[in-house]
Every structure is written in structure tokens, then in C-alpha cells.
Design a protein around this ligand. Sequence first.
Ligand SMILES: C[S@@+](CC[C@H](N)C(=O)[O-])C[C@H]1O[C@@H](n2cnc3c(N)ncnc32)[C@H](O)[C@@H]1O
Length: 222
Amino acid sequence: MAEPFLKWVGGKRQLLDVISRKMPRHFSGYYEPFLGGGAVFFRFLPKKAFINDSNQALMNTYQQIRDNCHLVLSYLSDLDQALSAEFYYFIRSDFNARVKRGVYDASLAAEMIFLNKHCFNGLFRVNKKGEFNAPFNGSRGSSFNRRQILDVSHALQDAFMTCKDSLDGCFLSREARGMKEMGRRRAFVSACFLSREARGMKDTLCRVAPSCGVSSRVRRGE
Ligand SMILES: C[S@@+](CC[C@H](N)C(=O)[O-])C[C@H]1O[C@@H](n2cnc3c(N)ncnc32)[C@H](O)[C@@H]1O
């Protein structure tokens, strides 16, 4: 069973039971505009999933695990073997330099997982320039679980992934069944949003929902 493999700010793991109760039992498509660590996606593993996040390094990581899983695992083993504080800071600079140059590949995906596991608080944090700047957390353990990454790769095989600004558009999930009974379609947006995102998302939903014939609900989390 696939599980989130990155620790991510605003993850929804603690809310999974609540979200689960609110999820429609049947739906034809699952759209997650702010994927982050993907707690909800990995819990429900919807068949027809459209997943998106504007963080390019993050979406590259999912994409590389889907398409080049064994290469990512091999890079991860190499990184773990060299683990030290000095090496962590070397990889951190390398990661930032490669993001700046737009080099999104399997090696960058491995660096992201490595940094996420060995950084302070285990959270992906960037400064105003967009550079990952969390310090080393001193951990010596492995940065990945091979079985978990293989399961994630399997779970992602049919997912349609994008890396867009969701405030420019909107992803809506419709219930496949029960629509007629309800007499209207219902939008399910799986995410809690930071306040700026919540406002933007709410505005976008209000703007596009009527033309799609759907009603929408936005839950503001933080
Ligand atoms: C709180 S996390 C999502 C948590 C996730 N839904 C979960 O269940 O673990 C928010 C994510 O939204 C992404 N994000 C922020 N603004 C965005 C935007 N305008 N368009 C798309 N993604 C955005 C961030 O990169 C971040 O990964």
C-alpha cells in the first residue's frame, strides 16, 4: 500500500478520517490542485487522478518515481552512503543550483528525498529567493524505504500530473453516481489552504463553478 514519503508543510494525515467521511463514495475523477505530500491521494488511490502542485521540484520527484524509479533508488543509496553534515550542505547547494538552472531529473528527485529526510523538522522550507535553506538535523538513518518508493511508483502509474498554478485554473471532481438524485453536481476540492491560497482558490471557484454547473465548498484549514 502506497504512503506519503515526504514530510510536507500542511500535510493532511491527521485529517484523513474527517476527509474520508466527507468524500463522495463514488466519483469519476479525482483532482488535487495542491498535492503537497499527497496524504489524501495516497490514502484513497483514486483510479482516474489528476494531481498538481506548482512546486516543480516536488512534481519532478513524483514524476521521476513514476517513470525512473530504479534510477531514483540507486541515487538515493549513493547519497545515503555518503551522509554527513558536510555532505548534506553540499547536496543542499547542488539542489538549489540545479533548480535554478532548471535541471529536473532523477538525481534531483533523489536529492529532494534525501534533503527532506535529513533536514531540520523534516520540512521542505525555502527562503524568499526560493532556495531550500533548512539545516541538517543530524540524523544518520536511511532517507528512504525501498518498498515504500516502489509502492508509490506503482500507485502513480496512471496518474495525470501537472505542475501549474492552480489559482489560474480550477480542478473539480464530480460525483459519478448520485448526481441525478442530488439534482446538481458537487465539487470536491481536497485541500486545506493557507490563507492566501484559500482566498485565491475561493475566488477561482466562485468564478468558474457556475459556468461548469457545479457548486463548490472550500474548507479553510490554516
Ligand atoms: C498544504 S500543502 C498540500 C497538502 C496536501 N494536500 C496533503 O494532503 O498533504 C500545499 C501545497 O500547495 C502548493 N501550492 C501553493 N500554491 C499553489 C498554487 N497557486 N498552485 C498550485 N499549487 C500550489 C504548495 O507547493 C504545497 O505543496
